[in-house]
Design a binder for this molecule. Structure first.
Ligand SMILES: [Zn+2]
Length: 153
């Protein structure tokens, strides 16, 4: 777990990219443990654990994960809402520490735009983040949080 947020640059270098079978956009590789955490039991039962898996971050695409055999797992196969594909204010961007769109917006409106990132960074520093098992994308949320704050402020 220690590598999930501590060294994002290194993880980026290692990540493999594959084309989503549905939207044809590039998707990043994701660890098996992320699918095991995120999939509903009925979908987990069909997981091909020997395959490499990828995460599609496209907003308008129903596919969340797929493997090299083009087997796809859809939004409805996951136990949680996927931030990239869900506009609900109660969907988290930071899944580990529950920073929802609504909560972040509130802080920004009250002039505390730095607070969410500061809070997340502090917890990362203490090695409390578990993006691999909490966040559907399986990697650190900080980039998403920063982009969201930029978008609304
Ligand atoms: Zn897609």
């Amino acid at each position: 777990m220690a590598d999930c947020c501590s060294n994002p640059k290194e993880i980026k270098k290692e990540s493999v990219v594959e084309e989503c079978p549905s939207c044809r956009r590039k998707a990043k590789s994701v660890k098996l443990i992320t699918l095991k955490s995120m999939l509903k039991p009925s979908s987990l039962e069909t997981l091909k654990a020997k395959e490499n898996h990828f995460f599609c971050a496209s907003e308008d695409c129903d596919v969340v994960y797929f493997d090299m055999l083009k087997k796809a797992y859809l939004i409805s196969d996951l136990k949680v809402a996927v931030h990239q594909k869900d506009n609900s204010p109660t969907t988290p961007i930071c899944y580990c520490f529950d920073w929802t769109k609504e909560k972040i917006s509130e802080y920004v409106e009250n002039g505390n735009a730095n607070k969410p990132v500061e809070h997340i960074r502090q917890n990362i520093k203490e090695n409390r983040c578990g993006c691999e098992v909490n966040n559907p994308q399986g990697s650190c949320c900080l980039g998403n949080v920063t982009a969201f704050i930029k978008g609304i402020s």
